[in-house]
Design a protein around this ligand. Sequence first.
Ligand code: SF4
Length: 943
Amino acid sequence: MNVRGTVAGDIEVRSVSTSYGESDLAEVPLRLDDEDGRDRGNGGNTGNGRDVGSDGDGRNVTTVTLWNKWTESARLLEPGMELLVTDAKSEEYRGEVQYATTGDSYVVVEPGFLVNVTSIRNWVECPRLYYLNKLSGVPLNYPVVKGTLVHEVFGDLLRGRDLEESIDARVEERGLELGLLGETPESVAEDVRENAAAIEGWLEQGRLTEADSWRSEQLLISETFGIRGRADAVRRGAPVELKTGKNLKKEPRFKDKVQAACYALLLEEHGGDVDTGTLLYTKNSALDRNEETGDLTPAKDFAMGDGLLKFVVRLRNEIAAMERSGDVPTGYEADAKCEYCFEQDTCMVVSGRLDQESKAGQIGQALPAEEREYFDRFYRAIEEERREVHREYAKLWEQDAEERADDDRALIDLEFVEKRPLEGGRWELRARRTGGGTSKLREGDLVLASDGHPVRGNAELARIERIGGTEPRSADASSGQRPRDDDVLLTADEPVEVTRLDVYPSELTTDRLLVALHDCLLKGDERRKDVLFGRAEPEFDLSDEEFIDNNDAQNEAVRTAVGANDCALIHGPPGTGKTYTIARAIRAMVDRGERVLLSAFTNRAVDNALEALLEQLEDGGEVGGASQTNRNGDGEAVDVVRVGSESGVREDMEPYRLERAGDPADRVAELGDAQVVAATTATCGSRVMKEQAFDVALVDEAAQLTEPGTYAAANLAGRFVLVGDHEQLPPVVRAENDLTRSLFERLVDRYPDAGVMLDRQYRMNQRIQAFASREFYDGQLRPATPAVAGRTLDDLADVSRDALPESLRDPVAFVDVEGDDGQYTDDEEAERIADLVQTYEDAGLERSKIGVIAPFRAQVSTISNRVPEDVTVDTVDRFQGSSQEVIVVSFTATGSLEGPIFEDYRRINVALTRPKRALVLVGDSNALESDPVYRRMLEWARR
Ligand code: SF4
């Protein structure tokens, strides 16, 4: 049976004499989980399909005894940590049921924390290496790129692709990276070919029968062992790992065996019985027998012993426990020899700069105390965020399919339609939605596509190419079949018969935040840090030039952005022409010969700003290569490049998108010659972008970015301009910590003189803007022109306010609804909103000009089911950045105010500032009046 629960007290480790001699044991007080695997002080089932002991009334803490080597993991435990013991035996002691490990048991510390296989591999070399890798990420260097290429070719060969065709295609795909590294396709192809020879030879040697199942790059997640990873290949159920190096010993390297053993554990959980592992050292076959002595065989098999598998789980436990405690490894934990370590220099520098103890010692001067404190604080905050991502992983098996669908985390009950092989060995998969159902999933998202369960079933990472009836963007991904509105089209490495899609909780964002934090503090410019840490005021060289002649604040904002030596802040409330101002500022910078990075949190904002910039540069515009050439004010060419994925970049910006495949020299010239490069802040943390340098980084939506998230863009430039509105949505994070406040907001508070607020809005009727202006912008927001101030529905063709009932003729109206007491939905409000939509339609308004905002996804669904499809219904978060002629807000609150819209007043600011001509608030006045801000809102709406 499996025993799972939460450590409920201190643990004693001691030695006892047994019939086998001296043995170590640890007695762990454990509060058992309930049937859902959640700690509610009850006994029951672990929820992972295996039996678990009960302790009678279920609420008592019981004792679990961990024997011998497992006491090493027991020493890591602290009260509050989660523990899982598999194959435990139960025994009754003084009337109480207790548990103990058996010879088959595994002990897993914090099983909900999924440790990556590569992390375990690094950890076994030296725990500090694991920590350093987290801080600096994977740099762009030739061995890394070559390793990736060899792996890709390996995968292709397994899928039956021709060797030469695969090498050519894969080298071509990496044109940009190879160009940045100064490599030529010929020499790289030769290098890859040398390594691939070993693979081919080995494949030939062990010519497999049809019955042998092969699988490459399989994503595996273990809910029992808390491990995840992608196995290079699985042959006859056993892991095969590829190493692009040499090993002349008979045995595989220990760290490589550890890696293969991790995959063995993962495969066993998926029903395998793994007794061997294979390491394939690709360099071995390229070595000259006359010069090298030793075992030149590339493939080395080894027996997968029980002891190794358990050792691997204990290593994994060390990582999980350290991540929970937030300790930093020193290197003393391991037997590693620093003098042989590739990372010795980095290790010493990091130790020196952060004043950390390390086996390698320290070099360099320690950062000032406030910077070290800041680093520690944000390091912890990012790791907390990572744990939240891991909680999302755990939900993959803790929640059942319906729960996940209700939470918008999955599309379930899909009907598999077809699979089609694509060029390059990938697959196009098509599935059909059988029910309605909304979901967070969008085109371009990476998802877990499975034949029923994302962890226990056959699952694969896939990309959504299309949801609904629009044609896919990629020609490669288009199928002969006519797409249907309820179809989902995916691309994946393996042909999974998809019936379910789950949101894939990616750690990439947290990984990049950590690297951006490290780069800013340890590699960043000292002057920049003086400003960030309040040791120096930002400086400006302001010119008298007039950039915008009809809006003083916008003109001032451009002057400040252009004249900033360190940083500038542009505060743009709703509808104030922020995008135009950004474009004008960039144009001015370009005119001065500067290289500019245009960035934002979302692809949408990057594309919008880029579009505005292109309009400004349009005079003399001329089409160039993949990066389009435009002209600046002096008629000089301006190369503009958009860096992003095909699915992320808007279709009309596609001509500007940087192609990564092709001739390395051409690709690198396209990027390197571009005077304006546009990319999301997430992309700014990529290996390719980190190689770029700019005079200035202009970051839109900066109030939605965490501090390290902002550094990802700012680190690449000599100075930065942040544009945003901290009175609208805050950074998108899961954890509640320092990450919830943006750098933009902190700097606006710290350096009010470095900022300019755009104070004239071009969107709303004056009556609509009044409340937001007073409540959020100190009454400073005003209509840009009398025409804006006087906007009403009467201005629209065929619409007459007289045709509306009296109560809706004012630009702001309130509809009082008693509500039906639902927690996340309100049918009564939904009904009233459907009536309102009809009323506006009867008055001549097109339905597509109405937007409905609701606080919960469930209410979004409830309303969507009652209004015609062309009415946009969504949550506040999805409405940020857009506007509509008429906005209806559903508050979905009866009695009291709960939910995200009410927790943060900034959300209501976003909701109330979306409409241009009419705003209708629908809610229960009793609930709304219970809060002072909403009471004032009602007074305004009812006036
Ligand atoms: S230099 Fe030493 S302490 Fe640092 S990572 Fe390498 S082996 Fe570990």
